[in-house]
Design a protein around this ligand. Structure first.
Ligand SMILES: Cc1cc2nc3c(=O)[nH]c(=O)nc-3n(C[C@H](O)[C@H](O)[C@H](O)COP(=O)(O)OP(=O)(O)OC[C@H]3O[C@@H](n4cnc5c(N)ncnc54)[C@H](O)[C@@H]3O)c2cc1C
Length: 440
């Protein structure tokens, strides 16, 4: 998981056209597309490139089952993924191997059918496949399903490789990438953002893109801005090399898996989602009631150490003080072994051909989720020059390159080739959208 080959240190420049905070897939993709457009960019990462969500995820690059609000961006993202490795001369581990969601019951199949309507509108190749067709696609399975939803044009990529490679490509385009360089805050002149203050000093700039993943709500709060998002823990394991039951990604209620380049699988529980009680839940919980009603069957709610970690963490600071970003360089929550043991047992019972497989590594990540599970890629109207690119709600890896392109268009004021209105920050302030789209 957290492969952090990217080891760049450097001196802080005095000025830049754009500063990006956060070296996950979103920040590095934005840096790449901005630098490619000739903009001078400095990316500041408090820890290591892609050491948080962007190296810990499942590696699905999927259009299937998405909120329609995200479809134009993810479709563009897939187009970019197909050519990006060659364009930058690096291996991102991208393969167009399809995504399958199996169905337990006819009711599941009926709910997938709703997605087909959306797929048709966007001319996607998604189809409902029969029990027999699933059997043919998953030859090592020891059980049958009612059928499945299948999008052959979806893909997978290697999280340990992709964001560091894109960061290197951004550098080759002229971006400066600084690690162990937390962004503490901003300064304004005449109401406009004029400087970004980092732990190493300040940079004169007209624009800051904050792409800080699970840290974004805290950063905003220190500026007096409300960004309602909660962090959810998700636990993952990877197996030793194993026989091939799929070359792509398969989600089932019991187990979700993705074939890895190293011949193993990245594995998670398909259904259990862990919601850790935190002080943020008390603050923003009411905004998540619709999401809670839809997801409550799969939620396992826990009161754990993160409650106290968050409670004790500073909520505000001055720009000349050490901030929480410097105190926790890398968010590395312990995985939930109960959930992972269940997932691993399910893997072996659903796919008996994998009965001898062993666990090579376990880890967890904190996912930043917004009330409607759609990201924020938006200017903050009250602070001209400040932009947010965050809240990717558990599906930001696949959409990363597309989102990076959206950020570049937004900050440069170039033609809006992808509609970014669904991602506006103001929807949380004016209540114009609160409920998540009913997922399949
Ligand atoms: C277990 C798991 C499974 C997932 N599966 C998938 C999947 O299959 N497909 C998919 O598309 N998505 C998936 N996701 C979601 C996806 O990984 C995220 O949506 C995506 O990586 C978010 O990217 P990001 O750049 O916004 O955030 P991150 O990758 O979390 O990066 C944010 C970065 O900002 C840095 N930072 C924060 N504050 C500051 C600051 N003040 N100054 C400087 N730096 C700062 C952090 O150190 C961090 O490196 C999954 C996530 C997890 C955890």
């Amino acid at each position: 998981m957290a492969q952090t080959a990217h080891e760049i240190q450097g001196t802080l420049p005095e000025k830049a056209d754009v500063v990006i905070a956060g070296g996950g897939i979103i920040g590095v993709s934005a840096a790449y597309y901005l630098a490619k457009a000739g903009v001078s960019v400095v990316l500041c990462e408090k820890g290591r490139i892609a050491a948080e969500q962007s190296s810990r995820n499942w590696g699905y690059v999927r259009q299937q089952g998405r909120d329609p609000a995200e479809l134009p961006t993810i479709m563009e993202s897939l187009r970019l993924w197909r050519g990006l490795g060659e364009e930058i001369g690096e291996d991102l581990g991208f393969r167009q191997t399809g995504v399958i969601y199996t169905a337990e019951t006819d009711a599941d199949m009926a709910s997938y059918e709703r997605w087909l309507e959306i797929a048709k509108q966007y001319q996607l190749d998604t189809k409902l496949i029969s029990a027999k067709e699933v059997e043919a696609l998953l030859p090592g399975a020891g059980r049958t399903w009612a059928g499945a939803l299948h999008t052959p044009s979806d893909g997978r990529a290697e999280p340990s490789k992709a964001a560091p490679a894109i960061a290197r490509a951004a550098e080759r385009q002229g971006a400066q990438v600084l690690i162990e360089c937390a962004v503490r805050g901003i300064e304004t002149e005449g109401g406009r953002l004029s400087h970004v203050v980092t732990e190493r000093g300040s940079i004169r700039t007209g624009s800051l893109v904050f792409a800080g993943g699970a840290w974004s709500t805290l950063f905003c709060r220190n500026l007096g801005l409300e960004l309602p998002a909660l962090n959810i823990r998700s636990s993952v394991l990877r197996t030793s090399p194993a026989p091939e039951v799929t070359d792509g990604a398969v989600w089932s209620k019991q187990v979700a898996m993705r074939r890895r380049e190293d011949g193993g699988y990245t594995v998670s529980h398909g259904y259990a989602t862990e919601f850790i009680l935190t002080p943020s839940l008390l603050r923003y919980g009411h905004r998540f009631l619709d999401a809670y009603k839809k997801e409550r069957k799969r939620l396992r709610i826990r009161l754990k150490r993160p409650f106290f970690d968050e409670l004790l963490r500073a909520k505000s600071w001055r720009n000349d003080e050490t901030t929480p970003f410097e105190k926790t360089r890398i968010l590395d929550p312990p995985p939930n072994t109960t959930i992972l043991n269940e997932a691993f047992a399910n893997l072996k019972s659903v796919y008996p051909v994998l009965k001898d497989v062993t666990v090579a590594e376990r880890w967890a990540g904190l996912i930043d989720v917004t009330p409607d599970a759609v990201p924020v890629i938006s200017p903050v109207e009250s602070v001209p020059g400040l932009y947010l690119a965050t809240g990717f709600s558990g599906h930001g890896f696949g959409i990363g390159p597309g989102a990076g392109k959206v950020v570049a268009e937004m900050v440069t004021g170039g033609p809006e080739t992808i509609d970014r209105s669904p991602f506006r920050y103001s929807r949380f302030l004016d209540g114009s959208r609160v409920a998540p789209w009913t997922p399949v």
